[in-house]
Design a protein around this ligand. Structure first.
Ligand code: PGA
Ligand code: ZN
Length: 427
């Protein structure tokens, strides 16, 4: 037995930002160190994601996680107790093998990702270094560029508008702190505009303002106005990033934009998005088409991939094989990386590495159901991802992650570098 041998694994039921139960895992090593991690949960999930195991039944709308916790304390603990926490690949292989399904449906992706991340954190803690440093080793890292939500929509706001995330990105900010400063001014200005119009109705699931708009265009116009009223030039100082999350309103080959009263085919969607790119300072678009519409992704990337970053989220579900396929077919230019979509750290890293290998951008991302867990902030820095997305600059489960990057930036001191760019270049 070495110092980093796993001696105990245990699950605890804790709560997420939507008042839903979720899985926390605690992994203890022989030297007494403990790693702890909490599984997040999506609302606009891709069909190819690792399964978030829920109990069904009466409690909490069927969303209880007693079965997943039982798996952590039982089969999962049995599978990895006695193994070396420094050997993440073997730990994750054991988790995947014990589950035995292609989508982690038996033991639960939520149970597995909590344990996998907790093991990683225990290993870092045992070495006495911050997780980001443990991951980076002696490689240089950059502070990631944040994309931060100002208005939430789609599945995170009862479909009040169709588009899910209206975000800003400060491409030329000289530091993470400066990017947050600018974003906070834009957020304040957006709130003031809504208040003056009598449209201030609280916030959506990720802390962006509730989108009480008559159309998607009105949301975009208001965002540009907020950037201006905050004293910035829309585009060069503060640009726009969208997550369309188009799978959510795609049905039977048609895109139904309820807010705009329009129903579009793939060509119509692409034309609408190209029109927005012409009219607004948009630099990045996530899931512009449905996860089922690979041809649409290719066509959109052909038409706009040299002007905006095209991100696959539901389309790629943090799956290395899908990332390879997307790269080979030029279906997008960047990959959203969500550990719980994959279900283990190793599979998340494999998807990330596939993106890197093919020159695609990578954005480490939170989910709409989150907690105070800040592990992904360390992945974003330690893997040198270059970009980071965790929702808005309001609500504690969001600011916990931004604030953690501020601490890391401070720790890096003069070595802290941001990826300065006027647009997202393929790597
Ligand atoms: P989700 O949304 O966590 O609800 O899936 C986040 C996203 O689509 O990026
Ligand atoms: Zn998304």
């Amino acid at each position: 037995m070495t110092d980093t041998t796993i001696v105990s694994v245990r699950g605890r039921r804790v709560w997420d930002s939507r008042a839903r139960p979720t899985v926390e895992a605690e992994v203890a090593l022989a030297d007494g160190t403990v790693g702890r991690a909490i599984a997040p949960a999506g609302a606009s999930t891709g069909t190819g994601e690792a399964i978030d195991l829920r109990d069904a039944g009466e409690a909490f709308g069927g969303l209880d996680v007693r079965k997943a916790l039982g798996n952590v304390n039982g089969e999962i603990a049995d599978a990895i107790r006695g193994q070396d926490a420094l050997d993440q690949a073997s730990i994750d292989a054991a988790l995947i093998g014990r589950d035995g399904t292609p989508n982690k449906a038996r033991l639960g992706g939520n149970a597995l990702i909590a344990v996998s991340l907790a093991t990683l954190k225990a290993a870092a803690a045992s070495r006495g270094v911050g997780l980001w440093r443990h991951l980076a080793g002696d490689q240089p890292v950059r502070i990631p560029l944040p994309e931060i939500q100002i208005f939430g929509g789609g599945a995170h706001a009862a479909r009040r508008v169709d588009i899910q995330d209206f975000m800003v990105v400060c491409l030329q900010a000289s530091s993470f702190a400066e990017a947050l400063d600018r974003t906070a001014e834009v957020y304040r200005a957006a709130g003031a505009i809504l208040k003056a119009r009598g449209l201030l109705q609280g916030v959506a699931d990720e802390g962006g303002f509730w989108p009480a708009f008559a159309s998607n265009d009105e949301a975009l116009d208001t965002l540009v106005l907020a950037i201006e009223q905050a004293g910035f030039r829309p585009g060069p100082d503060v640009a726009i990033s969208l997550d369309v999350a188009a799978s959510e309103f795609h049905d039977g080959g048609r895109y139904r934009l309820a807010r705009d009263g329009r129903e579009l085919d793939t060509d119509g969607m692409i034309a609408m998005l190209l029109g927005w790119i012409d009219r607004y300072p948009i630099v990045s678009i996530e899931d512009p088409l449905s996860e089922e519409d690979a041809a649409g992704f290719r066509a959109f990337t052909r038409a706009a991939g040299d002007r905006v970053q095209v991100i696959g989220d539901d389309f790629l579900v943090t799956n290395a094989k899908r990332v390879e396929m997307a790269a080979q077919t030029r279906a997008c230019t960047a990959v959203l990386v969500k550990p719980n979509q994959a279900g283990t750290v190793s599979e998340t890293k494999a998807a990330f590495d596939a993106a890197r290998r093919h020159g695609l951008g990578a954005i480490i991302s939170a989910r709409s159901g989150e907690t105070e867990d800040v592990t992904i902030a360390h992945l974003a820095v330690g893997w040198d991802a270059g970009q980071f997305k965790v929702g808005s600059i309001a609500r504690g489960e969001r600011t916990a992650k931004w604030n953690e990057v501020l601490r890391i930036e401070e720790e890096l001191g003069s070595q802290a570098r941001m990826p300065a760019a006027t647009r997202f270049e393929p790597r």
